[in-house]
Design a protein around this ligand. Structure first.
Ligand code: GLU
Length: 420
């Protein structure tokens, strides 16, 4: 087995997987196939730029497991996208879908690109050419993309159209997180943030921390962090700090998240915003603030061996995928910090994606109330299961979540057997 490369997210995923397998009493044979993605596709994506020049971008779609159902997972557009990142993200989707027990395997896609440097027309061409390149492995019964970092409903709409034009008829179920007008689901956009808020309340309750009195810091102000902060604010909780890639804000008495969201929407950044009592902080400062609850909801590898000792929060809820390195995880565990892992904490998005897909397949749509109550039911059931196992075995919530997930995937694999 490979040694751990500090910042290779796939190696970090393997380290947790191996620990969970050991706790489950598995032999390597029982789960070794899950240490490899089932299918890795790398594509060259040529795009004619508005000035007439040609740029070739590198894209990926990786299917980690299809044992429990069609592969499922988002597509991200980011300059740091690479093979190991997408491999890790695909595997995390397998564990995420399994821990909340929805009938999917895991996949992820990405393009190495800075989308802020592209015009809307270039972005459209990039998305469509990438979709055409990965189209042979997509489909509502095969692999269903969704939004991730820097992709949104508009991009999903282009994916749906490209796939449908190749097929010759509308196929809404090929992608989730679409605009409502073409088969998107109510509540999908807010789903990840809503899920994060549900598990934050659940863990605060279990930890005996009255959430109404807690100080909360949220790193990241995109779809996940921004929505989570807004939901906390609307519930009357104290969001003492927020940040985006450019800047951060701190007010120990609580920030006006509604005003910040308005500013961010208009200016595309938090930079330049100020309110009475707020001070500007860096992203790194935010992680070390004297708060009760920390929600890293930006990118991978934010909590590292270098800063983990300085974390003062008692509870961490991972809104992002992979924000904590393996070393940081060990340090935080040692310090007694309670950490709700990504595969559970941010599963709200894929849960409502599942609802969207089911609605598309049935061509019947549900109202927001039905969606939220089913989301809550699934999140709480998964949380309770993971929490109970963690208490019973005296292990971290991360290992417990992986054990619940791995056990489900391994059982499915065993029942199906190995082809041929
Ligand atoms: N990108 C989201 C995630 O990491 C959502 C995936 C989906 O809805 O398929 O969970």
């Amino acid at each position: 087995m490979k040694t751990i490369n500090k910042y290779n997210p796939y190696d970090q995923m393997l380290a947790v997987l191996d620990s969970a397998a050991e706790k489950l009493g598995y032999n390597l044979n029982d789960y070794v196939a899950l240490r490899y993605p089932e299918r890795v596709l790398t594509v060259a994506v040529p795009v004619e730029m508005d000035d007439g020049s040609l740029n070739v971008f590198t894209g990926y779609r990786i299917q980690h497991s299809s044992s429990r159902g069609p592969c499922k997972g988002g597509i991200r557009f980011h300059p740091s996208v690479d093979l190991n990142e997408v491999k890790a993200l695909a595997a995390w989707m397998t564990w995420k879908c399994a821990v909340v027990n929805i009938p999917y395997g895991g996949a992820k896609g990405g393009i190495e690109v800075d989308p802020s440097k592209l015009s809307p027309r270039e972005l459209n061409r990039l998305t469509r050419r990438y979709t055409a390149a990965i189209l042979p492995i997509l489909g509502p019964e095969r692999d269903i993309p969704a939004p991730d970092v820097n992709t949104d409903a508009r991009v999903m709409g282009w994916i749906m159209d490209t796939y449908s034009m190749f097929k010759g008829f509308a196929v809404p179920g090929v992608v989730t997180g679409k605009p409502i007008e073409i088969g998107g689901s109510l509540g999908r956009k807010e789903a990840t943030g809503r899920g994060v808020s549900i598990v934050t309340e659940a863990i605060a309750f279990r930890a005996g921390l009255p959430i109404q009195k807690a100080k909360i810091a949220v790193q990241g102000f995109g779809n996940v962090g921004g929505t989570t902060a807004k939901i906390f604010y609307e519930k009357g909780y104290t969001v003492a700090a927020v940040s985006d890639v450019d800047s951060g804000l701190y007010n120990e008495k609580g920030l006006n998240i509604a005003a910040i969201a308005k500013y961010a929407e208009a200016n595309n950044t938090l930079k330049g915003y100020s309110e009475k009592g707020s001070v500007e902080i860096s992203n790194e400062d935010l992680l070390k603030l004297d708060v009760d609850i920390l929600v890293p909801a930006a990118m991978e590898n934010q909590l590292t061996a270098e800063n983990a000792n300085g974390i003062k929060a008692k509870i961490i809820v991972e809104g992002a995928n992979g924000p904590t390195t393996t070393e940081a995880d060990a340090i935080l565990n040692e310090k007694g910090v309670i950490l709700v892992p990504d595969i559970l904490a941010n599963a709200g998005g894929v849960i409502v994606s599942y609802f969207e897909w089911v609605q598309n397949l049935q061509a019947i749509f549900w109202d927001e109330h039905e969606i939220y109550s089913m989301l809550k039911r699934i999140m709480i059931k998964a949380f309770d299961e993971v929490y109970a196992l963690a208490c019973e075995k005296d292990i971290s919530l991360r290992i417990s979540a992986y054990m619940v997930a791995l056990d489900r995937v391994v059982k499915a694999k065993k029942i199906r057997g190995i082809f041929p």
